[in-house]
Write a protein that binds this ligand. Structure first.
Ligand code: GLU
Length: 442
């Protein structure tokens, strides 16, 4: 079968799959790694295998009951809402971020979208600039830029620096071409490393960004899951050039609800307006019942504060414990500061792994899944060199409802110890034990 320039086959109009995908923007790209590992794990589970699902980063906790109640109440809301989002929700979002992060915002400068992922894509579409990505980084930033055709500058970070970008590193890159339009994506607490930035680190980066007029897309979707509850935002140090990105997915256990948001400073409203045009031509508006329910999520409620307090407490205790289990067997990994990820490096096992024919992170994760049933994602998916033996482990494979219930019963000053974890979130512990045994048997 021949292929004509538009990629359609010549000899039959009924063949919609061309042999040569000449005109695709997604050439060379695969479905998102996070989504793919989830589907692969589900298939293996369905085939009867015991699988520890630590691939997709999905909150283990249920949506707080008072938010679920609101969703039920507003299920009949059927009309399209404003492209930028329901006004009352934008007011609640504004009030929330003013209260919790001291962000000076206005409801007219907010856009609500079906997930912040979609909003990030639209931002890159409307802004003609290079994308700066400190790595390791979430799996979808770079592919989004590739689909749109933007130039990407990766800024590699190191475990010994807490996987953090420094002001000097940013300065060195910008010096090469000071006038270039650029967007820097900063994600903290970080997916995949679990590390975060202090106010001091952020101030340093903000100074350089200011100097070179870089737009910062501050992805703070895990901000409320800062384990100590002391998340700081770069909007404090560079308000005029920072777009804040957040949503319900991670802290409110509502990934599948698909609600994300961007908060713009007044002087970037031209960019928001451009995004709104694209939003109106693509998703129109975010699901109405979800937006009504989200109003309650962003309002101040003791129930939600308690929910967050205990979620953080469990994630902190579990993350620390899993990291120490790995450290004990000489796997390099930093104890996480926020969110629900670990980013171990299996370099010290390289000779033994090599003897088994494993020399890349993909081979490592494939073999691990095959031999132990533990599903984690290779470092290469997060922008690391293919031969680096790193991987991301999402420690979310436990029954969040049950664990929260037990955490609520614990005294506030009681620590989440191994006994609590063994009793209430056995699965991630068992998975890490399997990894340790596997390494031992190499
Ligand atoms: N952000 C989550 C992750 O990194 C899942 C959602 C997604 O990637 O779209 O696993």
């Amino acid at each position: 079968m021949k292929t004509i320039p538009n990629g359609l086959p010549q000899d039959s109009a009924s063949h919609w799959v061309p042999e040569v995908h000449l005109n695709l923007n997604v050439r060379g790209l695969k479905p998102s790694a996070t989504v793919a590992i989830n589907e692969r794990s589900n298939k293996l589970l369905a085939s009867g295998r015991e699988i520890f699902k630590m691939g997709l980063g999905q909150s283990p906790f249920p949506v707080p009951e008072i938010v679920v109640e609101q969703l039920k109440k507003y299920a009949h809301e059927k009309d399209y809402l404003a492209v930028q989002g329901h006004w009352q929700l934008r007011e609640a979002v504004c009030e929330h971020h003013r209260r919790t992060l001291n962000i000076d915002c206005d409801p007219k400068n907010i856009i609500i979208g079906p997930g912040s992922k979609e909003l990030m894509f639209i931002l890159q579409l409307v802004y003609y600039g290079d994308l700066l990505i400190p790595t390791p980084a979430w799996v979808s930033y770079a592919p989004q830029a590739q689909i749109i055709g933007r130039h990407i500058d990766f800024l590699p970070t190191k475990a010994k620096d807490g996987w953090r970008l420094t002001g000097d590193q940013l300065e060195r890159l910008c010096q090469k071409d000071p006038g270039r339009p650029r967007i820097l994506i900063l994600n903290y607490p970080s997916n995949p490393t679990g590390m975060t930035y202090s106010a001091e680190h952020l101030r340093e980066i903000a100074e350089v960004a200011k100097k070179y007029r870089i737009i910062i897309l501050s992805d703070e979707i895990y901000g409320k899951l800062h384990h100590a509850g002391t998340h700081a935002s770069i909007t404090q140090f560079y308000p005029e050039g920072t777009i804040f990105s957040g949503g319900l997915s991670k802290w409110c256990g509502a990934g599948g609800w698909r609600l994300g948001l961007f908060v713009f400073p007044e002087n970037l409203s031209w960019l928001l307006n451009a995004m709104t045009v694209v939003a109106s031509e693509t998703f129109t508006s975010t699901s109405a019942p979800i937006q009504y329910a989200a109003i309650t999520a962003f309002k101040e409620h003791e129930e939600i504060e308690q929910y967050l307090h205990h979620s953080r407490r469990v994630l902190a205790g579990l993350g620390k414990h899993l990291a120490s289990m790995l450290q004990k067997v000489n796997v390099q990994v930093l104890s996480p500061e926020g969110g629900f990820y670990l980013f171990p490096d299996f370099e010290s096992y390289r000779p033994m792994l090599q003897a088994k024919g494993i020399s890349t992170s993909v081979e490592l994760c494939d073999q691990l899944l095959e031999d132990t049933g533990v599903a984690i994602l290779p470092g290469v998916d997060f922008g690391q060199p293919p031969e680096e033996l790193t991987a991301r482990m999402a420690y979310v494979n436990f029954n969040g409802s049950k664990v929260l219930e037990q955490a609520f019963k614990l005294k506030d000053n009681a620590t989440i110890d191994e006994q609590f974890l063994q009793r209430n979130c056995h699965e991630p512990l068992q998975a890490v034990e399997r990894i340790c045994d596997w390494l031992d048997a190499l």
